[in-house]
Each structure stands twice: as C-alpha cells, then as structure tokens.
Design a protein around this ligand. Structure first.
Ligand code: LRH
Ligand code: MN
Length: 386
C-alpha cells in the first residue's frame, strides 16, 4: 500500500469526540453572548453534533458534561444518540460551579465537601455505565489563591484519598482521564497544575488512570509534543482536549492560532506503532457560529493528521541517523507544506460525508433553520453549559 493509500485508510478511521458544551452558551467572565438557534437542551446539542458528523464523517462521538447534560431517564439520551448515529464519548463530572466547592472539591479541607464531591464522581460512573461510556474525564478547578491559604501537602493527600475511592469503584470497562491545568480559576496553586502532577496521581491510582492533555492548559512556550512523547512512552497518554490559544486557556478553534504545533503533535501521535488516544475537542465559541466552528475544528484536525501521516518516516530516520539536522527538519516541512485538502475531501466522500463541509453547511442553511425552530436568544438565562 502506498503512503497516500495508508494515509487515506488511517484518516478514514479518525474518530473525534465533539463536546456537548461546545454547542451551548459559553463566554467569559465579562459576558455570555447567546446565539439565535442555540440548542436549549442536551437533545438539541446532540442534534448539532450529528450535523457536524454528517458533514465531516469523523466526529462520531459526543463528550458529555454533568449536570449540564443531565436528563431524568438516561435511556432516552442513549436512544437519542443511537437515532442520531452517534456514540457517547467521555463523561465529564462538574466540580467547579457548586458554591460548596469554592475552596476545593476532592481537596477541600472539610470532609463533608470531599464526600459530596466523591459522591458526584461516583454518580458520573453510574451514568457512564447507563450510557455505555468508557471514560471519566476529570478536571478539577481545585487550588488556592493565596500562599498560606491551605496546606498544599494535605490537599494532595486528600486528592489521592478521594480519587482512590473513585478508582476502587470503577467498573472494568471504564478508565479515568486526569486533566491538568496550570492556573484558573485558582491563581496561586492549582492542585493538578501540570503533566507531572497528573502522571504521578495516575501511577498511584492504577493502570486505568491516564493523563489528559488540554492544549490550552500549559505555560507559554511549553513543548506540548514532547509531553505527548513522554506520556506515550509511559503508556499514560489517555486523551486530548483539542483547542488553541494565543495567551491562556482561550479555548479557540483548534489549529486556528498555531497549526504547526498541531501538526507536530500529530507527527508524534501518528508515529509508526502508536495507537491514537481519545481525541476530544474542548472549545468555547463565544463570538463565532458554533456549529460552523465545530465543523472547521474537525477539518483542521483531519488536515493536521493527514499531513502527519504523509511524513516520509524512512527519510526522517535516515536524516536523524546521519545527524543531518536540517535534512530531518525539512522532511517534516515537506509534509507540513503538502496541500492535503484533496486527500481529506476524497476520504470524507468515501465515508459518505461532504467534500466541502463548510460550503454544504452554509448551503443547508442549518443555522438559519435552527434559529427558526429553536427561537432567538434570551429565553433561557445564559451561563456556561446551558
Ligand atoms: C477546564 C476545561 C475542562 C472542562 C471545561 C469545560 O478549563 O478544559 O476540560 O470541563 O474546560
Ligand atoms: Mn479541557
């Protein structure tokens, strides 16, 4: 099979999870600008996700967030996902909005609050079993704002103890994905601030605990593709939250600020013998059209992966073996500079999706039709996730 044919088959197997919360209201601390036609509940968020998959062909799963996506009868949600031709992705608990968690959740000084947090995590394990999800995607806002505010070593002990209870209750088919973030909402010390603190926790918990890398959660200048190699070589690279940033956790469209970094990350993911981890988008579309933003995000991921698949690995290893510094660098540049749009269009067509999904979306007038059927803005109070 030629390199192009290998690339086409690998690309056809690309499997991206879009986030239910990426379709709903989102904003910054300054404002949430509701958009006409925005989904009013999880069923309409799944409908939007299905439209993205229909157009792109490789977005067949939806990551869910609880309680934002909570329903009375999970079987109804599972039925809706099935009818829309989608699979349930990772389940994301929410321990960052309840007032009880102001000073922390699983690290909180008070046992009552930690028990409440652990109970929510166990409830999400049950929901995942009912929906057929195989992953708990854990992000904790836990941290402090002032030195001395709390005993950092004690917080770490509480974190390990709390997650130990959850891991012990985890059914065989589920795994824990432990996400880290340098700062925000905590502005002095975040309890899981970097890949190292997350990896150490995963190694303490067990084999079914792996690290989740959110592209927006690093200090400026961090070499994320090197973290990918390191976690991969430890067998602890559990998944990604794809987005892009210029400054902090901006949650912009993946590949929209630094497409070369995204290419380099996929160069490491697509290296021979490596299986792709869970690939989830985690973005907030505060001013841009949300479904179009998600379609463009999936296209950017398809193209970054396609370019990485076209890297001439033999030439690269040969140049590296000969210590031909720029020769090796230019092998990657050659792949990066390849126009892979025709290849991606061919693969989408073969998957029964669209060669030009953005044109198809606009021609379908999906956004306008949703604005007509779902109404304008302002009906439901704004605020994240709803
Ligand atoms: C935290 C985060 C986390 C999600 C949230 C929506 O910044 O990346 O993954 O729960 O965004
Ligand atoms: Mn994230």
């Amino acid at each position: 099979m030629s390199n192009d044919e290998q690339a086409e088959s690998a690309l056809g197997a690309l499997d991206i999870e879009t986030p239910s919360w990426g379709y709903g209201d989102s904003g910054t601390r300054f404002a949430v600008f509701q958009q006409p036609g925005r989904p009013r509940d999880v069923f309409e968020r799944v409908q939007d996700a299905a439209e993205v998959h229909r157009l792109t062909g490789t977005a067949g799963a939806v990551a869910l967030h609880f309680p934002w996506d909570a329903v009375d009868d999970p079987r109804e949600l599972r039925r809706c996902l099935d009818e829309q031709g989608l699979r349930v992705g990772a389940v994301n608990p929410n321990l960052f909005q309840d007032p009880d968690y102001k000073l922390g959740s699983i690290t909180h000084p008070h046992e009552r609050v930690r028990a409440k947090a652990v109970e929510h995590l166990l409830e999400c394990v049950r929901i995942a079993s009912e929906l057929g999800s195989t992953a708990q995607s854990l992000w904790f806002a836990d941290g402090t704002n002032y030195l001395g505010q709390d005993d950092l070593a004690a917080r770490r002990r509480r974190l390990l103890e709390s997650l130990g209870e959850v891991y012990a209750a985890l059914p065989e088919e589920q795994e824990l994905l432990v996400e880290y973030k340098l700062f925000e909402p905590a502005f002095y010390a975040t309890d899981l601030a970097d890949w190292g603190s997350s990896l150490l926790v995963c190694q303490r918990l067990g084999d079914r605990a792996r690290v989740l890398v959110d592209l927006g959660h690093h200090a400026q200048g961090t070499n994320i593709e090197q973290i990918v190699v390191l976690l991969g070589s430890e067998g602890r690279l559990g998944g990604f939250h794809f987005n892009n940033r210029k400054y902090a956790d901006d949650d912009l469209i993946v590949g929209s600020v630094n497409p070369f970094e995204l290419f380099l990350i996929f160069c490491e993911l697509a290296a021979p013998g490596r299986a792709l981890p869970r690939l989830t988008i985690d973005q907030a579309h505060n001013v841009e059209a949300k479904v179009e933003a998600m379609v463009l995000s999936v296209l950017n991921l398809q193209e970054a992966y396609a370019k990485a698949l076209l890297v001439d690995r033999d030439a690269l290893s040969a140049a590296q073996a000969e210590a031909d510094v720029l020769g090796a660098h230019e092998v990657l540049l050659d792949a990066y500079r390849t126009d892979v749009r025709p290849l991606c269009a061919r693969v989408r067509a073969r998957l029964g999706a669209f060669e030009d999904p953005l044109a198809a979306l606009r021609e379908s007038r999906y956004a306008e039709r949703m604005a007509d059927t779902r109404g304008g803005t302002g009906a439901v109070a704004g605020g994240w996730g709803r």
